[in-house]
Design a protein around this ligand. Structure first.
Ligand code: MG
Length: 352
C-alpha cells in the first residue's frame, strides 16, 4: 500500500466567525492510499478545540500509516488496531478511516452509501451556515442562501446582538433556522429564556447552548428548553454519547471528531439505541471530508454538511447539490475526483 500525505490550506469565501473566534483559512491534511491502481482518499481537519493542529495530525498519521498492512480489505481489524495508535488525534484517524473506506468501495465497485445501506432518495435537506456578523451582513448571508431550505445561525452569546441577527434573518426569509450557540451561555436561566424567544421566531433546534463542562446545568436545560437541544462540543468521542442522554435530545455526529466514518456509523447506532436524534455535522472541510459524511447522511434526522461550500479552492469534485440537498455520486467509493490543479499530481506516490 503506497501512502501520500499532503497538507493544504483551504481558503474561505468569507471570514467564518463563531463565538470562539474568526478564521479566513483552514488547514486540512489529505491522505491517499493506493494499491494496484486503486486510490483511496481521506481528509483530516484538525481542530484546536480538541487539541489538534496540522502538526499533531501529521505526527499521528506518520505512526498510523507506518503500520498499515499491504492488504487493507479487512478494514475493521485495521481500524480497531489504529484507533489507540491515534492517541486522541481523531481527525487524523478520520483521514485514514475515510481513505480505507474510499479504497474498499472502489475495490468492491460500489458507492459507499450502498455498502452502508443508506438510500440517497432519503437525503435530508442540509442547512447553510450564517457566521456571526452585523445584523445587516447576516441578513445578506441569509439572502445569498436562496438554494437552501434551512439556515444555521451561529450565536455570539451577546443576547442583544444574537436577537438582532435572528430578527434580521427574519426580515428576509421565513425558512427554519437551526441555531448553534457553540457553548455561548453560561447561565442556564438566560439560555432557557433566549431559547424560548428563539422558538417564537422560527428556530427549530439549538446546538450546544452551554459549555460542555456544565453538565448539571445542561440536565436542567434539557427539561426547561422550549426547543430540542443537540450536543456538539460535549461529544469528545463516540463513547461519550450514553452520558449525554439526560442532557440533550440529540447529538451532532461529526466524522472528524469521532475518528472516521466507521466510528460515526457506530455513533449513529448508539444514538438510535438511546432513542436520541441524530444530526450529521462537519468542520470546515473540502468535498472529500464532506462526502464521507454525505454517504451516510440519509441515516440522519438533521444534516448540516456545508463545509465544502464555504471554501474557494476545493481540491475535490463529485458532490452535487439540488433542491437544498447534497447529491451523491454513483461512482464507487466516495465517487470523487481530485482537482489536479489544486492537489499535488500523481507522481508524489511516496510518504511525505
Ligand atoms: Mg456546532
Amino acid at each position: 500500500m503506497k501512502v501520500t500525505v499532503i497538507t493544504k490550506e483551504l481558503e474561505l469565501k468569507r471570514p467564518f466567525r463563531i463565538s470562539r473566534g474568526a478564521k479566513t483559512t483552514s488547514q486540512s491534511v489529505f491522505v491517499k492510499v493506493k494499491r494496484h491502481g486503486i486510490e483511496g482518499w481521506g481528509e483530516a481537519s484538525p481542530n484546536p478545540r480538541y487539541n489538534e493542529t496540522p502538526a499533531s495530525a501529521m505526527t499521528a498519521l506518520a505512526i498510523m500509516l507506518d503500520s498499515l498492512p499491504e492488504d487493507c480489505l479487512p478494514y475493521q481489524h485495521i481500524i480497531q488496531h489504529l484507533h489507540p495508535e491515534s492517541k486522541g488525534q481523531y481527525s487524523a484517524m478520520a483521514a485514514v478511516d475515510t481513505a480505507l473506506m474510499d479504497y474498499v468501495g472502489k475495490y468492491m465497485g460500489a458507492p459507499l452509501y450502498r455498502l452502508w445501506g443508506a438510500d440517497p432518495k432519503r437525503m435530508p435537506v442540509t442547512s447553510y451556515t450564517l457566521s456571526i456578523d452585523s445584523p445587516e451582513q447576516v441578513a445578506e448571508q441569509a439572502k445569498d442562501a436562496v438554494d437552501f431550505h434551512a439556515l444555521k445561525l451561529k450565536l455570539s452569546g451577546d443576547g442583544e446582538h444574537d436577537r438582532a441577527m435572528l430578527a434580521a434573518v427574519r426580515t428576509v426569509t421565513d425558512k427554519p433556522v437551526r441555531v448553534d450557540a457553540n457553548e455561548a451561555y453560561t447561565d442556564r436561566e438566560v439560555a432557557a429564556r433566549e431559547i424560548e424567544w428563539m422558538e417564537e421566531n422560527g428556530v427549530v433546534l439549538v446546538e450546544q447552548p452551554m459549555p460542555a463542562a456544565q453538565v448539571e446545568d445542561m440536565r436542567w436545560l434539557k427539561i426547561h428548553s422550549a426547543l430540542p437541544v443537540y450536543a456538539d462540543e460535549s461529544i469528545v468521542s463516540e463513547g461519550a454519547i450514553p452520558g449525554l442522554k439526560d442532557q440533550f435530545h440529540g447529538v451532532n455526529i461529526k466524522i472528524q471528531k469521532c475518528g472516521g466514518p466507521n466510528a460515526a456509523l457506530r455513533a449513529i447506532g448508539m444514538a438510535r439505541a438511546l432513542n436520541m436524534k441524530v444530526m450529521l455535522g462537519c468542520m470546515v472541510e473540502s468535498s472529500l471530508g464532506i462526502a464521507a459524511a454525505a454517504h451516510m447522511a440519509p441515516l440522519a434526522d438533521v444534516v448540516d454538511l456545508d463545509g465544502h461550500l464555504l471554501i474557494k479552492n476545493n481540491p475535490f469534485n463529485g458532490i452535487g447539490f439540488e433542491d437544498g440537498r447534497l447529491i451523491l455520486s454513483e461512482e464507487p467509493g466516495l465517487g470523487l475526483h481530485p482537482n489536479r490543479e489544486i492537489m499535488i499530481p500523481d507522481e508524489d506516490d511516496a510518504f511525505i
